[in-house]
Design a protein around this ligand. Structure first.
Ligand SMILES: O=C(O)c1ccccc1N[C@@H]1O[C@H](COP(=O)(O)O)[C@@H](O)[C@H]1O
Length: 209
């Protein structure tokens, strides 16, 4: 089974196209105003409009209120929602969209979040402490015991030089990378994205190399 790849924190249409052309399965749009990668609705709509077919657009929220999520959903054609804060299952499910629930692995309990969100399409394990924002480039201990779940997405501090170890150790459904493929916050780097995606493909073809 091929490990899916999401490139998150995209702020420019050209970066979304570049990621898709390099092989990304999904791109992420951050709707969290304090983030340096936060996009406006208009910016997000332009990015999604530039995406080729069969590449998903994921909208990332962090403890946003219902009205904000609804407003953005109706302005931007998103394929999936990603909730990166302390959102309850009832909150996440109210929108009727498929969603990914993030777990802050620095002190977070992945089993508890998995139990609390049986309807989540994905469980994204990130390196940040629960309650803090993600996108900080912090990895978590991939060798710790994790829920045996088919829907795990590994995030947090992934880069071209460590993604192979994460994939080999956890064998996740997907990986998600933001700061590790940037030249500046929100500005994606073509070579880093291409190298990152190639590395995921390589480790799947030649595990253990
Ligand atoms: O990218 C951000 O600014 C951000 C802000 C708030 C919550 C999450 C955020 N990013 C997500 O965090 C993970 C890991 O990112 P990184 O690769 O360690 O930089 C990923 O899903 C980002 O989109």
């Amino acid at each position: 089974m091929r490990c899916r790849i999401k490139i998150c924190g995209v702020t420019r249409p050209e970066d979304a196209v570049m990621a898709a052309e390099a092989g990304a399965d999904a791109i992420g749009l951050v709707f969290h105003p304090p983030s340096r990668r936060c996009v406006s609705e208009a910016q997000a709509a332009r990015i999604v409009a530039a995406l080729p077919p069969l590449v998903s657009a994921v909208g990332l929220f962090l403890d946003a209120d219902t009205a904000q999520v609804r407003r953005i959903r109706s302005a931007v054609p998103l394929d999936l929602l990603q909730f990166h804060g302390n959102e309850s299952a009832a909150f996440c499910e109210q929108f009727g969209d498929r969603y990914i629930k993030a777990v802050g692995m620095a002190g977070g309990d992945a089993w508890a979040v998995a139990r609390e969100h049986p309807a989540a399409a994905g469980l994204l394990l990130d390196g940040h402490p629960p309650g803090a924002a993600g996108g900080s480039g912090e990895a978590f201990d991939w060798h710790q015991s994790l829920p045996a779940e088919p829907r795990i997405i590994v995030a947090g501090g992934l880069r071209v030089d460590n993604v192979a170890e994460a994939v080999e150790t956890i064998r996740p459904w997907g990986v998600d990378c933001s700061s590790g493929v940037e030249s500046a916050p929100g500005i994606k780097d073509r070579r880093s994205i291409a190298a990152f995606i190639e590395e995921v493909y390589r480790v799947e073809r030649h595990p253990g190399d």
